[in-house]
Ligand binder design. Structure first.
Ligand SMILES: Cc1cc2nc3c(=O)[nH]c(=O)nc-3n(C[C@H](O)[C@H](O)[C@H](O)COP(=O)(O)O)c2cc1C
Length: 405
């Protein structure tokens, strides 16, 4: 992944280090405290209707890029095994998956726009289904978080505006400074929305249960939404309504393919990753959430602030940590939240009704049977951060399920 702040929000090292210390360097203690299941809410383990499907528990596997695809964006049998091992999650949201070559921003990330991509995804989804799981595909266009080297013809990456970001991008030929993107022409935007529609169609052919728009973490829909990047003066910029247009139009395209009850979207109102900011985050995201609320979606997935956001947000005067509870009254459909959750915190949120389900990212890396560990109060294994984005089977499919005593 790119240098500087990471999509895991810089939380990994500090959170895991603190937790590991307390556990004598062996395992995370989040669950050990509840080992006798005292006070365990039934709700985390109760089923939930998410649009067209019912999930057996409210533990969602968060989308996580693992950089194990071929340079052509095709996944292998290793990835089928990785997701199969994690099929106990109520729902798996796939790693972010490009809808076009223009949307690529990182090496060895999967695509969902060619016939080869579809054929590569099929056994992955089938493995999850055969193990009793459900899987959504997270649709991704990186926009400015890219480099000429990933683009057809070596052209500049695109964004809402010609506003670059700091830091370096990892390309196949080494780290390079992020280039200045080219602002999309008005006449090109429909074509980019079409890329998402095509990706959604391909995801259907691959056998997924639905699609989630990656509207979070500073990728293209977020680059349109937030005014730290979007400086446009046409109908795709300026007012909150105009800045939301791209996200909402993409959502309409996905709904047209799948039906609203098989489409979700992920937002990061407090996200600073990828140099993101907004002058009025509460107003901006309230508008979008209310607009999405009228679509009858399978779910809305709202991230709370991550550790990295708390640190980087200080440099942005309008930044604040907005809890998911702020958005709850604005969206009547299923609400998933995420970022830094423990089992106990998830239970508390669900019990209060702040959300309906919780997505877990880092805890899923080293604990393929996370739901079982939550259920039994077993300790959590600690993942190896050095293999998050590399390493083949190591740090990917070699974390064992707990031995049942
Ligand atoms: C290795 C890694 C890869 C990630 N890739 C994605 C991604 O592809 N799409 C996305 O929306 N978020 C991505 N994230 C963010 C996670 O989905 C999640 O929001 C974050 O890890 C915080 O949740 P956690 O505290 O439960 O780990 C990634 C995080 C990690 C650690």
């Amino acid at each position: 992944m790119g240098s500087g702040q990471r999509e895991d929000g810089c939380l990994t090292r500090s959170r895991l280090a603190a937790a590991t210390d307390r556990a004598g360097g062996k395992a995370l203690p989040w669950l050990a405290r509840g080992a006798n299941n005292r006070g365990m809410s039934k709700n985390l383990f109760s089923s939930l209707r998410l649009g067209a499907i019912e999930i057996p528990n409210r533990v969602v596997m968060a989308p996580m890029t693992r950089c194990r695809a071929t340079p052509e964006g095709c996944l292998t049998a290793l990835t089928a095994e990785y997701y199969r091992q994690r099929a106990g999650a109520g729902l798996i949201i796939s790693e972010a998956t490009q809808v076009s070559q223009q949307g690529i921003g990182y090496p060895c990330t999967p695509g969902i726009y060619t016939r080869e991509h579809v054929e590569a995804w099929k056994p992955v989804v089938r493995a999850v289904h055969d193990a009793g799981g459900k899987m959504y595909c997270q649709l991704w266009h990186c926009g400015r978080v890219s480099h000429h080297e990933f683009q057809a013809g070596g052209v500049a990456p695109v964004s809402s505006s010609a506003v670059g970001k700091g830091g370096e991008v990892y390309t196949y030929t080494g780290p390079k400074p992020y280039p200045e993107p080219r602002a999309l022409e008005m006449g090109e935007i429909a074509g980019v929305i079409e890329q998402y529609r095509h990706g959604a169609k391909m995801a259907q052919e691959a056998g997924f249960d639905g699609v989630e728009l990656h509207g979070a973490n500073g990728y293209l829909p977020d680059q349109f939404l937030r005014d730290g990047v979007n400086r446009r003066t046409d109908e795709w910029g300026g007012s909150i309504e105009n800045r939301s247009r791209f996200m909402l139009e993409v959502m309409r395209a996905l709904v047209a393919v799948w039906g609203a009850d098989r489409v979700g979207v992920r937002l990061s109102p407090c996200g600073t990753f990828n140099d993101m900011s907004d002058s009025q985050p509460r107003a901006t995201f309230a508008y979008v959430v209310k607009a999405l609320g009228g679509m009858g979606l399978a779910y809305l997935h709202i991230m709370e602030a991550m550790e990295g956001d708390l640190k980087h947000g200080k440099g942005w005067p309008s930044w604040e940590s907005i809890p998911v509870s702020y958005f709850r009254p604005m969206f009547t459909g299923p609400l998933i939240t995420n970022a830094g959750f423990t089992k106990e915190k998830a239970e508390a949120y669900i019990a209060r009704g702040d959300c309906d389900a919780v997505a877990f990212g880092v805890p899923y890396i080293a604990n393929p049977d996370l739901v079982e560990r939550f259920r039994t109060g077993a300790a959590l294994a600690v993942p190896d951060v050095s293999t998050f984005y590399a390493g083949g089977a190591r740090g990917y499919t070699d974390y064992p399920a707990m031995v049942k005593g």
